[in-house]
Design a protein around this ligand. Structure first.
Ligand code: ADP
Length: 761
């Protein structure tokens, strides 16, 4: 087996011999070129001197041989080298015979070993060195014996052995020295080449190693790329699956909502109607329970739907201008009855810097307020529940985005400190016993918090267990101006009028003061009825007075009687307005009052009451303003007579719809699907169509589009959609199809009345 070192030695030898071949070729080519003029001289000399003819022939022969050697490069370089060396020796021998020691022969003999060394191999150099010494010695002996005498052309040349020995010594020394030097030089050269080969090989190996590593890394990279692509593919599939699942969930929610709401509509509506019929007390209780359970179920369904929508990121906020006070008052309306049943004071305080109208989602804002207010009323046994609204940003001009800060404060059971952070989590309640006592799903706060965040704000709570809680939330909304609000704020009749306010309750007093100041009245508040009476007795004059019903020391009716006694002499007694948080039962002694208002007092009701009282002082007694409940306005049909068509496929809902309309004084016709609607419309004109959206054969949307396209302007009915679909986009779909309005199922009597009243304007 070859050792690596010998491999590199061979490599070096190979390189050297390649180099020698090149050097030989260059030498031969150069010699051939030089030989032309060199040969020309003796050949031309031969023309004049016939003695030189043999020399010229010899030189020409030598030239031809050199030329052939230069041309035929395929011949083994060793042979060519030795032929060249032989020519050198031949020349040397001829020179010796002709010129003896005076010739150029010693140079040839010196040059040939060197050439052999360089152009053939070191060994050939040694051999040639030997040959040179031999030729020199032989020439010396032969010259000494006179063997060249007849050949010599230069008879003066020295040829005695003494001379030969003398020059021979130097000659041999030179040959040997040069041999040794060349040998050393070639060894060095060989080693250098060996080292270089080794370095090249090592470099190549290192390069190979590097490439291998790069290849390995590249492979690993490719592998991880493949893995990555696999993961991405899996992720895509997972996302698609999730998307599909989400879509399926939404569709399921929509249809579930429809499926559950439709029968619920029947249950709630029918029990509502049943409660308005004569029932035994037991039957009334049963019906009431059914009605309450239905309401509760509907609330839970709504909560779950809202929660799923928020979770799926599909809750979209509406952006429309609305009257902020109206929104808050309508939310309070919903809870006023429950609050008054528990004897709770319910108050609304809007700071003067709060814009009257903002742009946003009125339904969702109302939902938050109803949630918080509902909890506050639910968890408070005595005391008060109040909403306060302020503006956390300064400089309110129209279209300024303000950060509205709402506080819903109660004096209820409060929340222990360690539960404060958890109550905003979904399905979380303070403790299990709370659930049993108060019921609820634990979703209300989660939904409210997320809604406030969707409106650009946040929600938090402050609470002391046993003392009460304050739920705060903020929303961002641009301020705007609504025409009708502007009208209301222009109130010349009230300017500068003195308003006596008698209420032991501080929040209520503040609300009334702020309100009065807004109308440029001069509020004079009293916390005690005796103090108020004292003021009247001392002759102080008021243009109007608002008295609270429930006060310690003396109630509102009693105070009114006392005031009337003091004023008995006066022609124009102070008009009195009674504030009460309970429904009114007792009819005695009410003639003192110009008006009765139920707390929480709506700004519009208070305004109307004050203006009425001032203009018709004492003349008219308005009936107490009802707190809530589904009161049918039986005069609606009288006020706004309409031909009504009810489009509804479900039998129960048909009956319910007809009954509700009947209570309002309308006798409606029925169509069970879109095709029937079109038929009926062809037969006769209808002013109003209550249109269910989902119906067999032709749905409400398609029917509406056909009506809008096919009938002339004077035969176009007002169309109100009725749908159990609660998902986002339903309203838009109805409006886009050409409907005028939208009420959701189960039908809320008030909502329907509102939608119909629009037609009377
Ligand atoms: P629920 O439907 O149970 O009322 P919420 O998310 O609205 O669900 O409320 C979660 C829990 O937070 C309630 O069950 C109650 O324990 C507590 N909580 C909410 N509001 C109040 C409050 N005003 N006073 C006391 N506890 C409250």
């Amino acid at each position: 087996m070859q050792t690596p070192t010998s491999t590199y030695a061979n490599e070096a030898d190979k390189k050297l011999s390649e180099w020698r071949v090149k050097a030989l070729n260059i030498f031969l080519t150069t010699a051939a070129v030089i030989a032309v003029p060199a040969a020309a001289i003796p050949i031309s000399g031969a023309f004049y001197n016939p003695n030189e003819i043999p020399g010229a022939i010899a030189i020409s022969g030598i030239f031809l041989v050199i030329l052939s050697l230069a041309i035929f490069q395929k011949i083994d370089p060793r042979i060519r080298g030795w032929v060249l060396i032989s020519l050198g020796y031949f020349t040397a021998v001829v020179d010796f015979t002709r010129m003896s020691l005076a010739s150029d022969a010693p140079y040839y003999l010196l040059a040939m070993p060197l050439l052999a060394f360089i152009l053939i191999s070191p060994r050939s150099g040694y051999v040639a060195g030997g040959i040179s010494i031999f030729i020199y010695s032989a020439a010396a002996v032969m010259a000494d014996r006179g063997m060249f005498d007849h050949l010599l052309i230069n008879h003066d040349a020295p040829f005695a052995m003494r001379w030969w020995a003398d020059a021979g010594l130097i000659f041999v020394m030179l040959v040997v020295t040069l041999m040794v030097l060349f040998r050393q030089f070639f060894r060095l050269l060989r080693k250098t080449i060996e080292a270089e080969s080794l370095a090249v090989v090592e470099l190549a190996q290192a390069n190979d190693l590097l490439e291998q590593k790069v290849e390995q890394r590249t492979e690993k990279l490719r592998e991880s790329e493949r893995q990555m692509a696999l993961i991405i593919e899996e992720l895509k599939q997972a996302r698609d699956a999730a998307d599909a699942a989400n879509k399926a969930k939404s569709t399921f929610l929509a249809s579930m909502s429809h499926e559950i709401r439709t029968p619920l509509n029947g249950i709630i509506g029918m029990t509502g109607l049943m409660l308005d019929t004569p029932l035994s007390s037991e039957q009334h209780e049963f019906a009431d329970t059914i009605r309450n359970s239905g309401d509760a179920l509907l609330m839970i369904i709504n909560d779950i739907l809202d929660f799923s929508k928020i979770e799926a990121g599909r809750m979209e906020m509406d952006h429309h201008p609305f009257d902020l006070r109206e929104c808050l008052e309508s939310a309070m309306d919903l809870l006023a009855l429950r609050a008054s049943e528990k004897g709770l004071e319910l108050g609304l305080l809007i700071e003067p810097d709060v814009p009257s109208a903002i742009v946003g989602d009125v339904t969702r804002l109302r939902q938050i307020i109803v949630n918080l207010l509902g909890n506050a009323v639910k968890f408070t046994e005595c005391g008060e529940v109040a909403i306060e609204v302020g503006c956390d940003t300064k400089s309110v001009s129209a279209s300024d985005v303000c950060l509205l800060h709402f506080k819903v404060r109660d004096t209820g059971i409060g929340i222990p400190e360690n539960r404060l952070s958890a109550i905003f989590d979904s399905f979380s309640q303070v403790d299990a016993s709370t659930t049993r006592k108060y019921g609820g799903t634990g979703l209300g706060l989660t939904i409210s918090k997320r809604l406030s965040e969707l409106m650009g704000g946040r929600m938090w709570v402050e609470s002391v267990a046993g003392k009460g809680s304050t739920f705060h939330f903020t929303i961002k909304a641009p301020a705007t101006i609504l025409d009708k609000i502007e009208e209301r704020s222009f109130v010349p009749q009230l300017d500068g009028k003195r308003l006596m306010i008698v209420d032991d309750h501080e929040t209520n007093r503040r609300i009334l003061i702020l309100q009065a100041e807004k109308w440029k009245m001069i509020p004079v508040p009293f916390s005690s009825p005796l103090a108020a009476l004292g003021a009247i007795q001392s002759g102080e004059r008021f243009d109007i007075a608002v008295l609270d019903m429930h006060m310690p020391e003396m109630d509102g009716v009693h105070l009114a009687q006392e005031i009337r006694k003091v004023e008995s002499e006066r022609l124009n007694p102070t008009p009195l307005i009674m504030l009460t948080s309970l429904g009114w039962h007792d009819d005695t002694d009410l003639y003192h009052f110009a008006s009765f208002l139920t707390k929480p007092v709506k700004q519009s009701s208070l305004y109307n009451a004050i203006v009425n009282a001032l203009t018709q002082a004492q003349s008219k007694r308005t009936s107490p303003v009802a707190a809530t409940g589904h009161q049918f306005d039986s005069t609606l049909a009288e006020r706004i007579p309409l031909r009504v068509l009810l489009a509804e496929d479900n039998m129960v809902n048909q009956k319910l719809g007809l009954k509700i309309l009947e209570r309002m004084g309308y006798r409606a016709d029925v169509a069970a699907n879109g095709l029937e609607v079109l038929e009926s419309l062809k037969r006769q004109h209808y002013d109003l169509i209550l249109m269910d959206v989902q119906m067999p054969e032709m749905d409400g949307l398609e029917a509406t589009q056909k009506i809008r396209a096919d009938f002339s302007a004077d035969r176009q009915p007002h169309i109100i959609a009725m749908t159990a679909n609660a998902m986002q986009g339903d309203r838009e779909a109805c409006i886009n199809a050409g409907m005028n309005d939208y009420v959701s199922k189960p039908i809320q009597v008030k909502e329907l009345q509102r939608a119909i009243e629009v037609l009377g304007k």
